[in-house]
Design a protein around this ligand. Structure first.
Ligand SMILES: [Zn+2]
Ligand SMILES: [Zn+2]
Length: 383
């Protein structure tokens, strides 16, 4: 039987923050799988249980990893299998890739590079991919970058994703990995074979956005700002100087530039009542509110409520909308999609199509920042 993971846990608490070209990403975070099929797509892997027992799996072969009590059971062809506290699956050919398939209502198969750790954790398998950083960045750009057509747009996304990665690399460090693959960190569905996106990561290798103190910025982005980005204090509780409001002429003809939603008048008043409004509804016009430029609060007489709260409660596409009463209904006429802070993706796509490069795109949405190699970052957190 193999050793407990105490030594491993101790070591991982002290992972050097400089990542040495690799990042530890938790996979299938929201799915909490109890078993997974590991299949080698390229090269050769050794599955080892930290106690000198091992199984070799080559391209075209697979192994099934399952939670068994509080252990991991490994079953592979031509092998008696392993039962262990954890396993490390390490590529040994120098050019190794694998897929993972999980089951359930909708089976999912995703592709990865690098190595894999598999550890039982609170009733599920904790799957940690030790991935090449730039392949991870390309995967994030594929998952989060939308349908851009120009490489300079994707380069801007790659720099944002890399900035996020370095800024948050210790987010899950006590859980034995750097980042999860869910919206909590950055969405990552595995590596991509999109050559333009792969180039966008490789051609910006190491580059991040630094603030005046050479600290990686909060690299916020959203789908469409509706013509004006939002200052973060409308959304969060902080207000860094590089996230200023920007008037954006580039996104206003894009897909997510405008939206509308009609709500029954009684429903609107009832919602406001629930939120503390006590002024009654005798004069419907009091509920009209024009948001020509972004405002933080909706106002009816002396009653105010943050637009961002209405957006969340009513599941609206943005907090940038006007309110007009029209008979028995209330029309919400909105602009943009997302929180509006930082880079506007649809605006950035148009900028790239007009010939701007990724540095110009980032400079347009972030004020007073430097785009530089992560080695130039000055904090202890990033070196
Ligand atoms: Zn996370
Ligand atoms: Zn915009």
């Amino acid at each position: 039987m193999c050793k407990k993971l105490i030594i491993l846990k101790f070591f991982l608490l002290f992972i050097p923050v400089f990542l040495n070209g690799q990042i530890r990403v938790r996979l299938f975070t929201s799915k909490a799988p109890e078993s997974v099929v590991f299949a080698v797509t390229e090269g050769r892997y050794v599955i080892s249980d930290y106690n000198n027992e091992s199984v070799v799996v080559s391209a075209g072969e697979h192994a099934v990893l399952s939670k068994f009590n509080d252990m991991v059971a490994v079953k592979a062809r031509n092998s008696g299998g392993l039962l262990c506290d954890s396993v490390l699956i390490k590529g040994v050919s120098g050019n190794d890739g694998f897929s993972l398939r999980i089951f359930g209502n909708n089976p999912i198969t995703q592709f990865y590079n690098g190595d894999l750790e598999c550890i039982p954790d609170l009733g599920t398998l904790l799957l940690i991919n030790i991935s090449d950083i730039e392949k991870y960045i390309a995967g994030v750009v594929k998952a989060e970058g939308g349908s851009g057509k120009n490489i300079e747009y994707f380069k801007s996304q790659a720099v944002l994703a890399r900035t996020y990665m370095y800024r948050h690399m210790n987010r899950h460090i006590l859980d034995r990995y750097n980042l999860c693959d869910d919206t909590h960190c950055q969405v990552f569905f595995g590596v991509t074979d999109d050559t333009m996106i792969i180039r966008s990561a490789n051609e910006t290798k190491g580059l991040v956005i630094l603030d005046k103190n050479n600290f990686p910025v909060i690299s916020a982005f959203h789908s469409n700002c509706g013509g004006e980005t939002s200052t973060p204090e409308n959304v969060w509780l902080f207000n860094p100087p590089y996230l200023k409001k920007v008037t954006d002429p580039y996104c206003t003809s894009s897909r997510s530039a405008t939206w509308q939603k009609s709500i029954e008048y009684n429903e609107w008043v009832s919602y406001l009542n629930n939120m503390g409004y006590t002024g009654g509804s005798t004069n419907p016009s009091v509920f009209n509110f024009a948001q020509a430029t972004r405002a933080s609060d909706y106002r009816v007489g002396s009653f105010t409520i943050p637009f961002r709260l209405i957006r969340t409660d009513l599941n609206l596409r943005s907090a940038f909308f006007s309110v007009s009463v029209n008979g028995d209904s209330v029309l919400l006429k909105g602009k943009g999609y997302g929180h509006g802070v930082g880079l506007c993706q649809e605006g950035a796509m148009v900028m790239a199509a007009k010939g701007y490069n990724f540095r110009q795109i980032i400079d347009f949405y972030y004020s007073g920042v430097t785009i530089a190699d992560i080695q130039k970052a000055s904090t202890n957190n990033t070196k």
